[in-house]
Design a protein around this ligand. Structure first.
Ligand code: GDP
Length: 366
């Protein structure tokens, strides 16, 4: 799908540790021979219990999960918007990702230096957010300089844009990100054209110590991050990056045992993958045949031909129809043949909006 979430955070909060876990847990490359091998990109499989169930039902030769990409965005420090640290380069990397996973340190380990001298997740979040807001403010100020005159001379488009720009400027000056503003669809088009950093959806990743994994709510820093995120309309995922790096070395069976020992149901990384996937409005459909059961990522709202095109452009070009059954219907019928008999397999045309969990057989002719 080409959508990616960037991992950001202050130095020493556990970004590299988390990114290592991601690359180690990485998708089996045999399945994805054409994936780019950018060292800053980690490709992970999207965990999905439905795929296991479908494999049980269909008994295919091969099962292929869908994948998701994380991008590691190296160090930001105070003053990035002024070009300090990796400064501008850092900001331009954020510009290229579709969502932000903001890692904050919630573990108190006195051996590990904190850049600001003490563990204070909210101050950390605000440090980075402020740099992004300042960079956006600069963008908006420049643009205001260009359209103000035209707006004053009653040019309609310029007036609409000017209104949006002023609203953004006020928001930034109040220290708030652009994503907290509600825009109309028309206004959103203008906003998109500005390529702002603070419009991107955000997920806070609270990195806790090993001792907090089983009961993260007992960690007061996690509570603070949760409260902050609520105002920011963002989700919080708790991980222990150090443990995730260990889990990433294990096979599925060992992993299940280790998680049980830790007293958690799902690894933090799996939760993070799922949350980032949702944050980007992504969903999954399946193809299920004896050769291969496979999960495919699409963007919610996509129609059947476009979804067919994800498999191969010929499927889209020669699209005839999509034979579709929902996951629940297939599972309760017990087999594809039984689902067909029960009339649960629908013939969908080119206007069908594909739903998360659909199992589809595309008919096409080129
Ligand atoms: P980065 O600068 O944000 O990439 O941070 P690193 O991933 O290099 O981590 C900084 C230090 O914190 C390293 O010594 C890590 O081993 C340590 N660290 C990272 N995550 C955890 C954690 O969950 N618990 C503890 N105790 N240490 C951690």
């Amino acid at each position: 799908m080409g959508l990616t979430a960037g991992i950001v955070g202050l130095p020493n909060v556990g970004k590299s540790t988390l990114f290592n876990a991601i690359t180690k847990a990485g998708a089996e490359s045999a399945n994805y021979p054409f994936c780019t091998i950018d060292p800053n990109v980690g490709v992970v499989e999207v965990p999905d219990h439905r795929l296991n169930k479908l494999t049980e039902l269909v008994q295919p030769k091969k099962t292929v999960p869908t994948t998701f990409e994380f991008t590691d965005i190296a160090g930001i420090v105070k003053g990035a918007s002024k070009g300090e640290g990796l400064g501008n380069k850092f900001l331009s990397h954020i510009r290229q990702v579709d969502a932000i996973c903001h890692v904050v340190r919630c573990f108190a380990d006195s051996d590990i230096t904190h850049v600001a001298g003490k563990v204070d997740p909210i101050a950390d979040i605000e440090t980075i957010n402020l740099e992004l807001i300042l960079a956006d403010l600069e963008t908006v100020d420049k643009r205001i300089g260009r359209v103000e005159k035209m707006a004053k001379s009653k040019d309609k488009n310029a007036m609409a844009e000017y209104e949006v720009l002023v609203k953004l400027k006020e928001t930034f000056e109040a220290n708030k990100p652009a994503r907290t503003i509600e825009f109309t669809d028309e206004q959103m088009k203008i906003v998109k054209g500005l390529h702002l950093l603070t419009i991107k959806p955000v997920l806070y990743v609270a990195n806790v110590g090993e001792e907090d994994v089983a009961d993260p709510s007992a960690n007061p820093f996690v509570q603070q991050v949760r409260e902050f995120a609520q105002q920011d309309n963002a989700e919080v995922i708790v991980v222990c990056a150090k443990i995730e790096a260990e889990i990433a070395e294990l096979d599925d069976e060992e992993k299940a045992m280790f998680l049980q020992e830790l007293g958690i149901e799902e690894s933090g990384l799996d939760q993070l993958i799922r949350a980032a996937y949702n944050l980007l409005g992504l969903a999954t459909y399946f193809t299920a045949g004896v050769q291969e059961v496979r999960a495919w990522t699409f963007r919610k709202g996509m129609k059947a031909p476009e979804c067919a095109g994800i498999i191969h452009s010929d499927f889209e070009r020669g699209f005839i129809r999509a034979e579709t059954v929902s996951y629940d219907d297939l599972v309760s019928a017990g087999s594809m043949a039984a689902a067909r008999e029960a009339g649960k397999v629908r013939l969908e045309g080119k206007d069908y909006e594909v739903q998360d969990g659909d199992i589809i057989h595309f008919r096409f002719n080129v």
